[in-house]
Design a protein around this ligand. Structure first.
Ligand code: ADP
Ligand code: MG
Ligand code: MG
Length: 245
């Protein structure tokens, strides 16, 4: 589904990402850990084609197409979607109007998901205007559900969310990524950024990576990497992976 080869990225004259290799198969979901400022959001924005970020080396392939120089809207049409960390407020655009314009599904299915996400009573409100942190995240998930992309990237879907809502969001992300289906029926792929890891208790992820100072410092099973980070911090985890090489 997604193949990133030897990618380096800069913004302005600052190189943010270096030598990134990443492969995500159809039906697979990966989680990306790393300290603030490591370049996690930059990686998602680069995959999406945000023109603020310049690819100085390497290639990005999606469903076999080289999308390295493709504009953002074409990538979206090919099936790449994102749930933003902090999306902008859209004054004058009501949530139901936005959903109707982006949806690939029947509106009654969107309404059902809106009920599950407890966000339906926001339909008449302007998107994200005066929404709380958790309401923004729930509205992002609903938009993703409507848009129905094949590769879904989630930038900190759990930040600013009440503890009692993390289970709800984790379960819905799991559903969006086909993880509640049999392996042979999984068509979606995911890339999820989380600081906390708690949300992973409610989701099925296949692989974890630690992004540290713009480099993928280690990769492996989420069940091994997360406890290591919690116990020893990112630095120790990075040092361990260096020693193993
Ligand atoms: P993370 O998501 O891991 O916290 P980011 O990808 O947001 O990290 O940022 C990585 C680094 O790149 C930070 O030092 C940040 O200040 C810098 N950066 C990101 N976007 C921009 C931008 N548009 N202009 C200048 N610097 C940026
Ligand atoms: Mg950050
Ligand atoms: Mg970020």
């Amino acid at each position: 589904m997604l193949q990133i080869e030897d990618l380096s990225v800069k913004t302005g004259d600052k190189v943010i990402l270096k030598d990134i290799h990443l492969y995500i198969d159809k039906g697979e979901s990966h989680v990306l850990f790393g300290p603030n400022g490591a370049g996690k959001s930059t990686l998602l924005n680069t995959i999406l084609g945000n023109p603020k970020y310049e690819v100085v080396r390497g290639n990005i392939y999606f469903k076999g197409h080289d999308i390295t120089d493709m504009p953002m809207y074409e990538r979206a049409k090919l099936g790449i979607g994102i749930s933003y960390q902090s999306p902008p407020a859209l004054s004058g655009v009501r949530l139901n109007t936005l959903l109707e314009s982006i949806t690939t599904k029947e509106m009654n299915r969107i309404n059902e998901m809106a009920e599950k996400l407890n966000i339906k009573h926001f339909y008449e409100r302007d998107v994200n205007v005066g929404f709380s942190g958790g309401e923004v995240k729930r509205s992002e998930l609903l938009q993703i559900y409507a848009q129905n992309p094949d590769l879904i990237m989630f930038d900190e879907p759990d930040s600013g969310v009440d503890v009692e809502n993390v289970e709800l969001l984790g379960g819905i992300i799991n559903h969006l990524l086909d993880k509640d289906k049999k392996p042979s029926e999984r068509h979606k792929s995911g890339l999820i950024i989380t600081h906390l890891g708690y949300i992973l208790n409610f989701m099925d992820v296949d692989k974890a990576h630690v992004l540290y100072d713009g480099v993928i410092a280690c990769s492996g099973s989420p069940n091994e990497i997360l406890p290591e980070i919690i116990k020893n911090g990112y630095e120790r985890c990075v040092a361990c992976s260096r020693n193993k090489k």
